[in-house]
Design a protein around this ligand. Structure first.
Ligand code: PSU
Ligand code: MN
Length: 314
């Protein structure tokens, strides 16, 4: 496996010494936000992780390898280049063996983070069960990956481009704990509420770290969904967002967008039609998530002696 994995020396040093490490995805840079805010945000997120005591590891694929921890130039490339693939699990072997540039989704980032021995992953929003999935069968591989891979995911909840109720049902079926940090309501990315109650609530990074350790200690593999509500000052009214989302969904239907193109199409449409307000919220919430993720990683490092390194069984 090491032939396909390249870990940045700073990240490797942190892992070797059981220091806190936070994995970050790259699809959000290449397909989730416009240039140059995408790169500014990616840098700011890495800085936030550092400021809270952890080492950031942004993950992407190029030169036939999965890279864990990018240089400033590599980050810049993923924010600017046109030839970058959006890589979920099913695309990984192709993009690696063809030596293409691949930005990793939540699913692919989790898998690579797990190969490297990283336990905490921070993003903005995860993929889930799409509205209309009962006929389209469009369910993100992010969810199946969360069933299988023991890397916790910090996000701002589930964006209401998805069917939030069905996504919560799916997570329940797959045994994935869903907890919200500091409130009872499950958040919906741009808004602090979603109309759904969070199945679980925890109020401190230490309590979350303890839950993670307990879950994995008792042999329950898989992820935990940690939802961190958008800061109040950046939250957007859910009813206002719903208007934009309905328009975005109608546009996607009219243009016959399908498969992996749907999520980037909807994200772009909404960003273009909300006069930058949604982009601002997006940037604020991901930095906010980076802080919580770093705090959880630090708390976890304190209570866990050391994680398995790649290639070395437990
Ligand atoms: N949701 C967001 N922002 C994002 C994504 C989802 O609010 O940037 C990206 C993530 O990389 C996520 C991917 O893993 O889209 C899900 O794509 P799909 O729905 O095709 O599985
Ligand atoms: Mn899909």
């Amino acid at each position: 496996m090491n032939q396909y994995l390249s870990i940045h020396p700073e990240v490797q040093e942190a892992l070797n010494n059981n220091k806190a490490v936070v994995a970050l995805e790259s699809t959000i840079i290449s397909h989730g936000m416009p240039y140059p805010q995408n790169i500014e945000t990616a840098r700011a997120v890495e800085d936030t992780v550092r400021a809270h005591g952890a080492v950031p590891a942004t993950i992407a694929i190029f030169n036939g390898k999965c890279h864990v921890g990018l240089t400033a130039q590599e980050l810049e490339y993923f924010g600017k280049a046109e030839n970058v693939w959006k890589v979920s699990l099913r695309d990984m072997p192709y993009v690696i063996s063809e030596k293409l540039y691949g930005a990793t989704t939540v699913a692919a980032t989790m898998r690579i983070a797990s190969m490297a021995g990283i336990k905490i992953f921070v993003t903005g929003g995860i993929g889930g069960v799409h509205r209309g999935a009962e006929t389209s069968m469009d369910i993100s591989a992010d969810l199946t990956e969360m069933e299988n891979t023991s890397v916790a995911v910090v996000s701002a909840g589930v964006k209401s481009i998805l069917d939030i109720g069905l996504t919560l049902e799916y997570l329940e079926t797959k045994g994935i704990p869903v907890l919200t940090f500091g409130q009872d309501a499950f958040p919906s990315f741009y808004s602090r509420e979603s109309g759904y109650r969070s199945p679980l609530r925890l109020n401190s990074p230490a309590a979350i770290a303890s839950l993670l350790k307990t879950k994995w200690d008792i042999g329950l593999n898989g992820s935990v969904m940690i939802a961190n509500p958008v800061p109040s000052s950046n939250a957007i009214d859910a009813a206002v967002m719903e208007e934009h989302i309905l328009q975005a969904l109608a546009a996607a239907k009219a243009e016959r967008i399908s498969g992996k193109e749907i999520t980037p199409f909807l994200l772009k449409y909404i960003a273009n039609h909300t006069k930058g307000e949604s982009l601002e919220a997006n940037i604020a919430l991901i930095k906010h998530n980076a802080q919580l993720g770093a705090e959880i990683a630090v708390a976890l490092a304190k209570i866990v002696k050391g994680f398995a390194q790649p290639g070395i069984p437990d």
